[in-house]
Ligand binder design. Structure first.
Ligand SMILES: C[S@@+](CC[C@H](N)C(=O)[O-])C[C@H]1O[C@@H](n2cnc3c(N)ncnc32)[C@H](O)[C@@H]1O
Length: 565
């Protein structure tokens, strides 16, 4: 059983690294469900295919391999291994650098398996074992185990390649003979090319070393012809880059065409660009996309529930030689840009010494302002980032109900609460808030609704989210947010407080939801958040808003509403 550090998928700005004792192969683990999703495509991936990479404009030998049939060694397992007899272990392959093989396989898993990137952010030692299993099953060979340096490289390459996917594809497509050549490219080959393009264009890595390594991977994982093809196209890219003539992205024409251009240049979906240029203007939209494309930093919260302080955390980080800065806004929070792996390996999260929590999420708890003795309900609580922080503020006095519709996530909350020694004040309730609130007579002092949202404020941490989120989601989310706000409001006692929060920067999920709510709930008034967070975060309407570009935090929103007597 390996220890995985899981950054929860939809926690948004309270992205938490939760410790889950899980083997990626266990039947109910996210990885396993992923594997079952991906496996039907693996035979397709691994079985013989025709390459339609007919004529790349580069002059190289790969043209002659354009219709080569793919052959795979017979011993590759093509089925999920649940229940199947043990496979023969593959021979160790020392030709291919392990971080590259792992990166390619992870990228395929993310793309074919949906929202899975969080599992793949920063992983502790040991997780590589599972990863190696994937490499072996998918590529048909073993590599040596990942070392710390390899893990860092995987994080960098996978995160960056996902973020820049649209731009990289623009370059790859430009070097293909035609669009159908690009569209029909087999998934693994495409990932290898994306990695190479990312390393050359965005990481400025020594280009010929990049070519060499990616060619080797393509040859070993696919076939010699694929290696030749990668060789040709990457060399063509190098020539273009060195002569400063990379295929340009046009940002002109009508609004839609300009949005398409920006979307390619900054590698985001067109609908997001259109939305942001409409709401924030061009300059801000560009700054936001630039932020989303940068490597994220993380904040750690010292677990005061265990009697620890920010100073304790700082001295542990010093001992570990992890560069850090105290939070500008919150006691007991510390920011780190690098070194998360050291924190994980030293067991700081596993021991409940600290939690990974963005300051933007911590500030939402400041707005709730939990006081010992209060009766608080967290309506969408799992996996518990804010619940745990609130519980530690209660100092063992008061009650905190944690409701969530997702039983698995609620279980994680409970386990983490035990670890953090704040379980005594927490009661978990597995329920749909909409039905839970209809028959409740109990009325709470404070009700937090940290609503399910698009997560558009946390795209720098959630590298894959921009590609998974669809415009249609926004309408559904708005509807759900209205329903949940209505339900949560029923739980507030007269004179009590309702706090609505999201990890989105989208006005339609934030201010607009509150304005709509206030129209149909005249018994609630806005309580401006000035008393709880620095002025810099307060909007003209008295709401809380953290802006990634301005505050260098995740984007988040909160409104504090008081119910009249
Ligand atoms: C943004 S996440 C909450 C994050 C959490 N507050 C934290 O800080 O870790 C939203 C949560 O709402 C839950 N949820 C969605 N619909 C729900 C419903 N109808 N009733 C209760 N919980 C719901 C999801 O399962 C998810 O865990």
């Amino acid at each position: 059983m390996g220890v995985q550090i899981v950054a929860e998928v939809s926690t948004g700005n309270s992205v938490q690294f939760l410790i889950q004792k899980t083997m990626m192969q266990t039947s109910n683990s996210p990885a396993s469900s992923f594997r079952h999703t991906i496996m039907p495509s693996l035979p397709q991936l691994l079985s013989g295919r025709i390459l339609h990479f007919a004529k790349l404009s580069a002059t190289s030998s790969y043209e002659s391999h354009s219709t080569e049939k793919v052959k795979f060694p017979k011993k590759i397992s093509r089925k999920p291994d649940s229940g199947s007899p043990p496979r023969k272990t593959q021979k160790l392959n020392l030709e291919v650098s392990p971080h590259r093989a792992v990166s390619a396989v992870r990228l395929m898993r993310i793309e074919l398996g949906g929202a899975f990137a969080d599992l793949l952010n920063e992983q502790g030692k040991g997780s590589g074992d599972n990863e190696m299993g994937y490499v072996e099953r998918t590529l048909g060979f073993r590599t040596r185990h990942l070392e710390d340096r390899d893990l860092r490289l995987v994080t960098e390459i996978v995160g960056g390649t996902i973020r820049w996917r649209r731009y990289l594809d623009h370059l790859i497509l430009s070097l293909c003979h035609d669009e159908s050549t690009f569209r029909s490219m087999e998934p693994l080959l495409l990932q290898i090319l994306r990695i190479g393009f990312y390393e050359i264009t965005k990481l400025d890595m020594p280009p010929y070393a990049v070519v060499d390594e990616n060619v080797r991977l393509a040859k070993v994982a696919l076939r010699p012809g694929a290696g030749n093809l990668v060789n040709g196209i990457l060399r063509k890219l190098i020539v273009l880059k060195e002569s400063d003539s990379l295929p340009a992205v046009k940002v002109d024409g009508d609004d839609r065409q300009q949005a398409r251009g920006l979307a390619t240049l900054y590698s985001h979906p067109v609908w997001m660009v259109r939305r942001w240029t409409k709401y924030f203007g061009w300059d801000e939209a560009i700054k936001l996309m630039t932020w989303n494309n940068s490597s994220p930093s993380f904040s750690l919260r010292a677990n005061t529930g265990k009697g620890l302080t920010g100073a304790d955390l700082v001295s542990r980080l010093k001992m570990l030689k992890v560069p850090h800065e105290p939070s500008l806004y919150l006691d007991d929070f510390v920011r780190i840009k690098t070194g998360m792996q050291n924190v994980i390996q030293a067991g700081l999260l596993k021991e409940g010494f600290c939690a990974v929590q963005d300051e933007s999420a911590g500030l939402v708890v400041s707005i709730v302002d939990p006081q010992p003795g209060e009766n608080i309900i967290d309506c969408c609580a799992a996996p518990g980032g804010k619940t745990l922080f609130m519980a530690s503020c209660l100092n063992g006095q008061g009650t905190l109900f944690a409701v969530d519709i997702n039983e698995g996530r609620l279980r994680i909350l409970k386990e983490t609460a035990k670890l953090h020694q704040v379980i005594d004040v927490i009661s978990t309730i597995h329920a749909d808030l909409r039905t839970f609130s209809t028959d409740k007579v109990v009325e709470w002092d404070k009700v937090l609704l940290d609503a399910p949202c698009s997560g558009l404020g946390v795209l720098s941490k959630r590298a894959d989210l921009r590609w998974n989120r669809k415009q249609e989601d926004m309408e559904q989310l708005k509807h759900l947010q209205d329903e949940l706000l209505d339900s949560a409001s029923r739980l507030v006692k007269p004179g009590g407080v309702l706090i609505y929060s999201t990890c989105s920067i989208d006005p339609e999920e934030n201010e607009e939801r509150i304005e709509a709510f206030l129209l149909s709930h005249p018994e609630f008034d806005i309580d401006p958040v000035n008393r709880y967070v620095p002025e810099d975060f307060v909007t003209t309407r008295g709401f809380y808003m953290s802006n990634p570009v301005k505050h260098e935090l995740d984007g988040a929103f909160a409104a504090r509403l008081v119910r009249s007597q």
